[in-house]
Design a protein around this ligand. Structure first.
Ligand code: MIC
Ligand code: SF4
Length: 643
């Protein structure tokens, strides 16, 4: 029996475990990336491990999220990360150089290599045939120190692409169609592998749009084969020597197959407030639009920008609409400037933003009250834009540009003939904003600069014999890490200060939550299905840890968040019977009797509701390594114990 492409790459990087679906495997990691909003914690953790120099083939730190500097905090974090890189052997992509995933694809990604990043959209690298995972900062720190990255062996899904996209239909519409069919939970425990003759009509940036937004499926990762088109892209980036051909075996077996005829797709949009609430643009109707934002790690490639420039050329943005555009990287921005397309964007009235995440993470450009915002981004969770009642739709750059001109939701196919844009034969290569590390003999002289806002990792403690605590919060299905630990311009500068950021934990669901936790000293959270979907931010585990949360008991978890909870030493447990969720109320006194012994000996775990006297069986399907981490009080303590 042959292997899928992902299985081949897992096999060639397997350090522990066997490749049976559902069992824990440890992978060798070739490359890591971090961004600044998760990076400070990751590097504090790396420093705590005491490894002098990263052991990966390539580790890169990007500054792209916290670039709005309204106080000293973000700039201090940038300086801290810069000096850590210099000392410990990492490449540092300076602020202004672009969004981590876009720059990594352009300058560092290599087909067939493994990559983990402290950002959930790291699977963007799957667009050039990397096996790339989003992970918590601690997991990235361990990988930088040469340790394995552990995942649960996923199932394999094949998305079989046939035909080719019609004019005005884009890669974004492909992934929106996959989301429509599979939902935001549909990818959990799976790797999505794209194949079929339709693949040949998709450029690398288009493939990367698709693998990027595979994060919204909850998938472990997504991947495309590495073929002549990949080679062409690598050549145009001056990196052809790094190219290898990669494909699944002809007799590879998949657990699930999805067929998509590219020629049958129409322009699509994800409606408020979920990336899987997908409708055809023509069915949404011409609702008035207040804002269009073009950019983000999903759609900020040169090709995307050139298409938008061609659509806007010689026209004016509609008076009702604010159009902002953030090119994904300095390479993209510079090429737009050189070929004149930037002038077309400016002339049409676009508000050009720096090459960074910007509005995608609520760093400015929040829409007006009840504003309708069309964004080429990947997430439209309620409130993420910074405006609680904004209506955010996720669309292709073509749909966003068309709607920016008409002022109403517009199917770009109504614009007439589509401008023809060709991939350049060579990209403008200038890595002057990527700072290499200090040579080994000079690393001792580098001093790490720490601003006053950078506070140490929160206190952890070994798991108690019995956990007794109240339900301090009960939430429903599909809780995102944006609910747990909101982002945005005001809160993001606190990412290096867990005590301060904890004051904002869950406040969008319940403003009293942090104060209640502090008053009680410890507590338990009850949640529904797909708890912790979205971002990889480990702050969604570290803030609850700081607030005394001992266990999170839910119907099901999202992949990265459950790993972050275990790393933080918080018990992530699931109901054996989902219906038991209804039997537990806010404020109930709960008990996990003998939890330490039961976990240690693999005995069944039960939940006693002392308020009602009822008892419920729970699932605690942990690997031995995970049990040991939980007993120790999290990954840092576990690593210390292991010496
Ligand atoms: C996001 O898109 O939510 C982020 C901001 O990039 C996060 C990381 C973070 O919270 O810092 C992600 O996707 O992992
Ligand atoms: Fe940045 Fe948005 Fe991409 Fe997250 S999803 S990495 S905030 S551009």
């Amino acid at each position: 029996m042959g292997y899928t492409l992902a299985q081949k790459l897992i096999k060639s990087h397997l350090l522990s475990g066997d490749m049976t679906v559902g069992s824990e495997i440890g992978l060798k990691i070739d490359q890591t990336l971090t961004q600044d909003a998760t990076g400070t914690m990751a590097y504090l953790e790396f420093e705590a491990m005491g490894v002098p120099r990263v052991k990966t083939e390539r580790s890169v730190a990007y500054i792209d999220h916290n670039t709005l500097q309204t106080g000293f905090e973000n700039a201090d974090d940038h300086r801290y990360i810069q000096t850590v890189c210099k000392k410990h052997g990492l490449y540092f992509s300076r602020p202004g150089n672009g969004i981590c995933h876009q720059v990594h694809l352009e300058r560092f990604g290599i087909p067939g290599k493994t990559l983990i990043g402290s950002d959930s959209h790291t699977p963007t690298g799957g667009g050039i045939g990397m096996l790339a995972f989003g992970a918590g900062g601690l997991d990235v720190a361990v990988a930088m120190g040469g340790g394995p990255y552990y995942i649960t062996m996923p199932k394999m899904v094949r998305v079989n692409l046939t035909g080719r996209l019609q004019p005005w239909v884009a890669a974004k519409d492909v992934i929106l169609e996959v989301l429509r069919r599979m939902s935001v939970k549909g990818g959990v425990g799976k790797i999505v592998e794209y194949g079929g003759e339709g693949v040949q009509s998709l450029s690398v940036p288009e493939r990367a749009t698709i693998t990027n937004m595979g994060a919204e499926l909850g998938a472990s990762t997504s991947i495309f084969p590495s073929d002549e088109i990949t080679r062409e892209f690598m050549r145009a980036q001056g990196r052809e020597a790094d190219w290898v051909a990669l494909a699944p075996d002809a007799d590879a077996v998949y657990d699930e197959v999805i067929d998509i005829d590219l020629s049958a797709l129409r322009p699509l949009a994800a409606c408020p407030h979920s990336p899987d609430a997908v409708k055809a643009v023509e069915d949404i109707g011409g609702i008035p639009v207040d804002q269009c934002c073009i950019g983000s790690c999903t759609n900020s490639s040169l090709m995307d920008m050139l298409k938008v420039a061609a659509i806007l050329k010689g026209k004016t943005v509609h008076p009702r609409v604010s159009l902002s555009i953030a090119p994904g990287s300095k390479q993209v921005y510079n090429m737009l400037a050189q070929n004149g397309a930037l002038a077309d964007l400016i002339a049409a009235g676009a508000r050009i933003l720096e090459c960074a995440c910007g509005p995608c993470i609520g760093m400015g450009q929040s829409p007006n009250s009840k504003g309708v915002s069309l964004r080429t981004f990947n997430r439209n969770f309620e409130g993420r834009s910074g405006t609680a009642d904004a209506q955010v739709y996720l669309v292709s750059p073509e749909t966003a540009a068309a709607s920016a001109l008409t002022g109403v939701f517009t199917d770009p196919r109504t614009l007439g003939e589509m401008p023809k844009i060709a991939m350049p034969h060579s990209f403008l290569i200038n890595d002057n904003m990527i700072e290499p590390p200090a040579p080994v003999e000079e690393m001792d002289q580098v001093e790490i600069v720490r601003g006053p806002n950078i506070k140490p990792f929160p206190q952890t403690s070994p798991l108690m014999e019995t956990v007794e605590a109240k339900v301090l919060l009960k939430v429903g299905d599909n809780i995102t890490t944006d609910h747990i630990m909101p982002a945005g311009a005001k809160i993001l500068p606190l990412r290096s200060n867990i005590p301060a950021i904890s004051e904002h934990c869950f406040v969008r669901c319940d403003p009293e939550f942090p104060a209640r936790c502090k008053a009680e000293g410890q507590g338990i959270i009850i949640g529904g299905a797909n708890y912790g979907q979205g971002s990889s931010r480990e702050h969604a585990a570290l803030a609850p840890l700081y607030l005394g949360i001992k266990a999170v008991i839910v119907k099901s978890f999202a992949r990265i968040h459950v790993a972050n909870l275990i790393n933080a030493g918080i018990l992530p447990l699931t109901f054996a019977d989902e219906a038991d969720y209804d039997a537990i109320s806010f404020g109930d006194e709960l008990c996990l009797p003998d939890i330490r012994r039961r976990l240690d000996h693999g005995e069944p775990v039960v939940l006693l509701d002392k308020t009602t006297g009822r008892e419920f069986p729970l699932c605690a399907n942990f690997s031995r390594r995970q049990v040991d981490m939980l007993l120790a009080g999290g990954l840092l303590d576990y690593t210390r114990e292991q010496g």
